[in-house]
Design a protein around this ligand. Sequence first.
Ligand code: AMP
Ligand code: MG
Length: 404
Amino acid sequence: MMLTVDQARARILDAVPRMPAKKCGIVDSLGSILAQSVYAGENIPPFNNSAMDGYALIASDVKTASDENPVTLDVIETIPAGYAPVKQVKNGQATRIMTGAMMPDGADSVVMVEKTKAQESNVDIFDPATKAQNVRFIGESVKTGDLVISTGKFIRPQEIAMLASLNISEVDIYQRPKVAVVSTGDELTQLGEELKPGKIRDSNRYGICAQLIEAGFEVIDMGICDDNVTELEQTLRSALGQADALITSGGVSVGDYDVVKIVLEKLGDINFWRVAMKPGKPQAFGIADGKPIFGLPGNPVSSLTVFELFVRPALFKMAGYTKLLRPTFKAVLETDIKNDTNRVNFMRAIIEKHNGKYHAKITGDQGSGILYSLVLANGLITIPVNQTIHTGETVDAQFFGDAF
Ligand code: AMP
Ligand code: MG
């Protein structure tokens, strides 16, 4: 059976478990996902205070104030930030007040210092005031009991500052999955070792580890494993013992030495799928010991693409994210592209904005072994099954990571 991309992804997302939560200091929670909702235990700001350096007064006292006819008020007190006023402002009086200092009782507004001139114990006010002007009110930002940040929120510096202002020093976050990565194949050679006839370098493991780190996950690098049932089974069992999820590369297509299949089937409930996509048709997915296993195809472009479209969203789900997929947008094609297969074609492209519209051109030879097509690309475009998209028509597009 051939699954569509959406069907395969839905099955995976449905099956992956959420990671447990843990307590974390707020600064260390940067980049994690909040596993609790945060309610305000206090008002922000906690008291009425001045938004300006100036004079706290009664607005109705200075209705007629102007440059030519200032209103003179008695100054009864000075309140720096951090101190509480002791005197109440009455008609004809003002209190000198600093930004962030507590408003004195009786005053209803603040005139900024630039619109005043201090005498010995008086002040001339040159501007009329409206009630509440330059006053920041208790709870105007956040009120006690408000839901301030919801569970599932990605924690950025502004969330951390908000937690601190609510007197919260620790929060529950979802643990990030530790992910084990194994490359399989007798042809794979370690970096630095001599390349014997018939052998190639193991590039997938490095690419997958980097994709994991870029997405914020911890990597357990299990190295290269030969196409040997005993060795592979040992390696994968050891990986499952240490990790929250497992990624294998290679050995899931027809015509392989069926070693990966044999071993994965021994480990748990693993399905071998053909997904109606190009690159990346053969894939394995399942759960063993409650941990997801992703069997990626060996071709380098397939491996990176399948990670991007399936593994990354699944690990995001495990990590508690609510937004799992990269945003897609429309891009105008710069050449005709024909897809005469029954598999959606994810092509590597250079996507650039000209005159307010995204334009896409593909990066040369699109074979699933041509890693260079990914090196040149900054995103993927989607050519639907059995369609020709002509120059000037649009396709769905997405960037890898941040646009560049
Ligand atoms: P497989 O999925 O094992 O049938 O491999 C498909 C193709 O990808 C073959 O040409 C392999 O040599 C190649 N390949 C498999 N694993 C890797 C790897 N880790 N790095 C680079 N190429 C690989
Ligand atoms: Mg292989």
